[in-house]
Design a binder for this molecule. Sequence first.
Ligand code: ADP
Ligand code: MG
Length: 217
Amino acid sequence: MSTFSALPLIEPLQRALAEVDYAEMTPVQAASLPAILAAQDVVAQAKTGSGKTAAFALGVLSKVDFSRAHLQGLVLCPTRELADQVSREIRRLACFIPNVKVLTLCGGVPVRIHLASLAHQPHIVVGTPGRILDLLRKEALPLGAVTTLVLDEADRMLDMGFADDIRDIIERTPKQRQTLMFSATMPEAIRDFSRQFQIKPLDVTVTSGADAVLIEQ
Ligand code: ADP
Ligand code: MG
């Protein structure tokens, strides 16, 4: 059995996990969280509904120094709906950490609204590559303090033609960041991204049978 209590998580996160009734880790969480919390890069493949969001959300929330009013965690998602879901999960797990600022930045909202929101830096931004890049080009989104970068649903982002935008965004983040990649499938293009932008990633594959986990260094 793999319970969250075995992980080196701060007390407010342990309390939130109890609050949302996550007793045991899902296989992808059990396989990736020890490495994520040890600040290692991880590239993980597991099917939809396997709990990938909480795996990286707990990683990002563990790493952020909430006493510093800087953007430290950046999560890229393919669509507005997915970004909203991810923001919701991050906020849910952060509910016992005081003054956490999570901002969702996606198209469909006037840029001026995002520019106004960014007058006060959030700790964590979740967004789609197009809008994030727009804001970067306007120099409205400082990435110099980013310590964790997450590519969620990496396969879908590449399918949607975001590869160049994502590369452009990654290149504006600090080199000594932690990079986490999550995907339902692992096409060669994602392997290429991993080789290009991750350092010694832990490779986690959870195959269709819920318990079959393959971990490779
Ligand atoms: P994925 O991103 O892999 O498609 P999600 O992160 O959206 O999957 O999680 C799917 C569902 O599983 C969500 O409703 C989430 O609340 C739930 N979930 C995640 N982790 C756990 C857990 N450890 N125990 C119980 N439910 C969980
Ligand atoms: Mg997901």
